[in-house]
Write a protein that binds this ligand. Structure first.
Ligand SMILES: C[S@@+](CC[C@H](N)C(=O)[O-])C[C@H]1O[C@@H](n2cnc3c(N)ncnc32)[C@H](O)[C@@H]1O
Length: 350
């Protein structure tokens, strides 16, 4: 989830564009495309500029990637993009079933828990089908303390059903900014479930952060000499472990920011997963593309990515993000719009 802020300028990122933003009077750096999932009118205006409709698949003319407008719960849709190929790694970032920002929407919605679990079961089955005999599965997920910590707890239990998958870890990504009240601990976490099918290789070097080790201690006698941990360690940097505290949450000043996409994950997080769980040339699948973070990570790391989103606008943004990266070397647009064809009209204007 992207960083939320309270001042007028930032509030405008998540609401209808204010008159000031629309007329360009307010802040050159105000995001030029508002959150799309809750702004149906804006989505409708963008649809004519999307090259794919439902069922469509874009085949990358330069690399080997594919981007589709498909439904993760539909086995035939998944087959249409995967063909007979199998993925070494599946990264999944489905809607969390937690109300985000100011509301809910068709693509990032909150639904009845039972329906959510049925949705989850369907896309997980489809993921298992397209996974290599030895492959990794990562699932980003949230927990709603206002609603019995669903769906995290329920999804963990549901996952026990899939005998092909073995749980490997429960990772927490710490956000810099959180939400909550003065009467509770601030909520700054997002969860990442990690499962494997078979016995895939884990590239442990991907685990190292760029945070130098500074603590001494853990004295141990080695070959008769008393050594401390820094002497014995394989790296001068600390490992990420399963609590990731070193990744910046995406916000409008960052190069990778993709306006319109409310649920964008940090590129560095996707790259960490990809480095640890795949090698150059491997196929990585992501059924919930949104801003195309997995696609960009794959492009940068030499993986082949097949990804899709049920919403044509997010599929289009993913393709544009890749094209923009290739043309400019930039991983996103900061506050600028991925749709230069559309400029805001004054409120009330047609
Ligand atoms: C949390 S976002 C993914 C964020 C992404 N990892 C990123 O960094 O931009 C979830 C996405 O799933 C899409 N989605 C929801 N239901 C879907 C379905 N049945 N099949 C495919 N995509 C779906 C939504 O449109 C939304 O863009």
């Amino acid at each position: 989830m992207k960083r939320k802020a309270t001042n007028t300028l930032m509030r405008s990122l998540f609401d209808e564009p204010s008159d000031e933003v629309q007329s360009g009077l307010l802040g050159a750096t105000a995001e030029k495309l508002q959150r799309l999932d809750t702004n149906e009118a804006l989505r409708e205006r963008l649809l004519p500029f999307c090259r794919l409709g439902y069922g469509g698949i874009w085949h990358d003319p330069i690399g080997h990637h594919r981007v589709g407008v498909l439904d993760a719960t539909n086995g035939a849709d998944v087959k249409s993009i995967m063909g007979d190929e199998k993925a070494k790694l599946v990264i999944s970032d489905p809607p969390y079933n937690v109300v985000v920002g100011h509301g809910t929407s068709s693509s990032l919605s909150k639904i009845n828990l039972q329906n959510y679990l049925e949705f989850t079961e369907r896309w997980v089955c489809n993921s298992i089908d397209i996974m290599n005999a030895d492959a990794h599965l990562y699932i980003w997920i949230g927990a709603d303390y206002r609603d019995g910590f669903q769906p995290l707890a329920d999804v963990i239990i549901l996952m026990r059903k899939f005998k092909e998958l073995a749980p490997r870890n429960l990772i927490t990504l710490r956000n810099q900014r959180g939400y909550g009240t003065q009467h509770n601990w601030m909520w700054v976490r997002q969860e990442l479930l990690y499962y494997v099918k078979g016995n895939p290789t884990f590239n442990v070097e991907a685990e190292y952060t760029d945070i130098p080790k500074i603590l001494r201690g853990y004295y141990k006698v080695v070959n008769g000499a008393r050594t401390e941990n820094l002497q014995r360690s394989k790296s001068q940097f600390i490992r990420a472990g399963n609590v990731w505290v070193d990744l910046q949450q995406v916000f409008y000043r960052m190069e990778e920011n993709t306006p319109g996409c409310y649920a964008q994950k940090p590129l560095k997080a996707m790259e960490r997963i990809m480095r640890s769980a795949s090698n150059e040339g491997d196929l990585v699948a992501d059924f919930f593309a949104h801003s195309g973070t997995t696609l960009i990570a794959g492009e940068r790391l030499g993986r082949k990515v097949y990804t899709f989103d049920i919403d044509p606008v997010f599929a289009e943004i993913s393709i544009r993000r890749l094209e923009n990266y290739r043309q400019t070397g930039k991983t996103g647009w900061q506050w600028r719009s991925p749709f230069t064809e559309v400029t805001y009209a004054k409120r009330g204007a047609t």
